[in-house]
Design a protein around this ligand. Structure first.
Ligand SMILES: Cc1ncc(COP(=O)(O)O)c(C=O)c1O
Length: 398
């Protein structure tokens, strides 16, 4: 028997790949502070669970491939409230933002085509491009510049005849970057000039910690027809396990192709759509409180990391991640060492090695990504353990 090359060359997730090491560590009775995955500890609004308890149908049936109208109407209402008027036909419910991304990349690209992606990027982008046998053209961004984009003329030079789309997250995972109005204009100019689809992954839209207002790509008139927004309830309502997201687009052809993808998998889970519809009734005060909580955690983590000799990082502007360059030979080795050989009073820390967040070979080797999804006290302890770990690590470069 042989299996597909497409599957063989699919990169394993740098966020989940080291889980077996963590399981062994836990089996030894060591507590791990999980900074490696964007799984918030924030409670899911109770409305989700209440709506499930009220579900009265005696049969758990397939739903519509487009998504349940009750949920779609709530999403339309939510977008209207943030100043992006939509119709039902502009929305397709998906199994998380992940499926929306997978569909969007596959609709944009034939084998051999390419997508332009600022790096470091969310690693699933590389996985979905790989499944579509499309290439990633990385636009390298650096901590020194706060992971903001290089000038438009530099990005322009990277675009090839095979390039079909620009894919970015805004606010950014793993960088925490929030693009400025000028950067959004630059991206728009490039998409229009080269006739590209823009796939804007805005699943962290509510998690912005700057004074300037957040500008969604959905508000840019010139992008109307060439924009696809990827959205999800996972982070907004701390409902990662619901696996409910959506594709948002005003491009009719894109949406009719996307519907065929939706039909091929039947429908999204019925109960979770009921729960997700209820989540959209969550009062704004919940999102405001969660924003304040993440802002506090960001400051704690950033200040803590800054106090560790040899660490380089920039204060994130949004989302709930931070990239940090460590004074170590190899970040992955360091993380495994922390899991296998290091603990303070029976506790250690897990982060994600950042190499898999880059497409350019060699970049990210000594970098890690951390998610500030733990409460204040745990975060402080985790930073302390990390500092001790670096100073004890045999492969430190300081
Ligand atoms: C930037 C970004 N996009 C999309 C997703 C996928 O989210 P989900 O499939 O849970 O909706 C994630 C999850 O971490 C993410 O960080």
């Amino acid at each position: 028997m042989s299996f597909s090359e497409r599957s063989r060359s699919l990169p394993a997730s740098p966020i989940r790949r080291l889980e077996p090491f963590a399981e062994e560590t836990r089996a030894r009775g060591i507590r791990i502070y999980p900074l490696h995955i964007g799984q918030p500890d924030i409670e899911t609004p109770g409305l989700f669970f209440e709506s499930l308890r009220k579900f009265s149908s005696r049969t758990l049936a397939y739903g519509r491939s487009h998504g349940e109208l009750g949920l779609i109407d709530k999403i339309v209402e939510y977008y209207g409230k943030i100043g992006i008027p939509l119709e039902r036909e502009n929305i397709l419910v998906t199994n998380g933002g992940s499926e929306a991304l997978n569909f969007a990349v596959n609709i944009a690209c034939d084998p051999g085509d390419s997508i332009l992606v600022p790096e470091p990027f969310y690693p699933a982008y590389a996985a979905f491009a790989s499944l579509a046998t499309a290439g990633i053209i990385p636009v390298t961004t650096r901590a020194e510049d706060g992971f903001h984009l290089p000038p438009g003329n530099e990005i322009n030079k990277l675009i090839k005849p095979s390039t079909r789309a620009i894919l970015l997250s805004h606010p950014g995972n793993p960088t925490g970057v929030v693009y400025t109005k000028k950067e959004i204009e630059t991206i728009t100019d490039l998409a229009v000039e080269h006739d590209l689809l823009l796939i804007a992954d805005e699943v962290y839209r509510e998690f912005v910690y700057m004074d300037e207002p957040y500008l969604s790509f959905g508000k840019v008139d010139r992008l109307r027809d060439r924009l696809v927004i990827v959205d999800s309830v996972s982070k907004r309502y701390s409902a990662c396990g619901a696996r409910i997201g959506c594709l948002v687009s005003r491009n009719r052809e894109f949406m009719s192709l996307a519907l065929k993808h939706c039909q091929s998998r039947g429908s999204s889970p019925t109960l979770e759509q009921v729960g997700a519809a209820a989540l959209y009734e969550t009062p704004d005060s919940y999102l405001e409180a969660v924003n304040q909580e993440y802002r506090k955690r960001r400051d704690i983590l950033f200040d803590g990391l800054n106090g560790i000799p040899g660490i380089i990082c920039k204060k994130p502007e949004g989302a709930f991640y931070i990239m940090a360059k460590l004074p170590v030979d190899d970040a992955e080795k360091f993380i495994i060492w922390m899991l296998q050989e290091f603990a303070v009073n029976g506790e250690t820390v897990m982060a994600s090695p950042a190499e898999g967040f880059y497409a350019t070979p060699g970049l990210g080797k000594s970098e890690i990504r951390m998610a500030y999804v733990l409460n204040e006290e745990d975060l402080k302890k985790a930073v302390g353990i990390l500092a001790n770990g670096i100073s004890a690590y045999p492969g430190k470069t300081l």
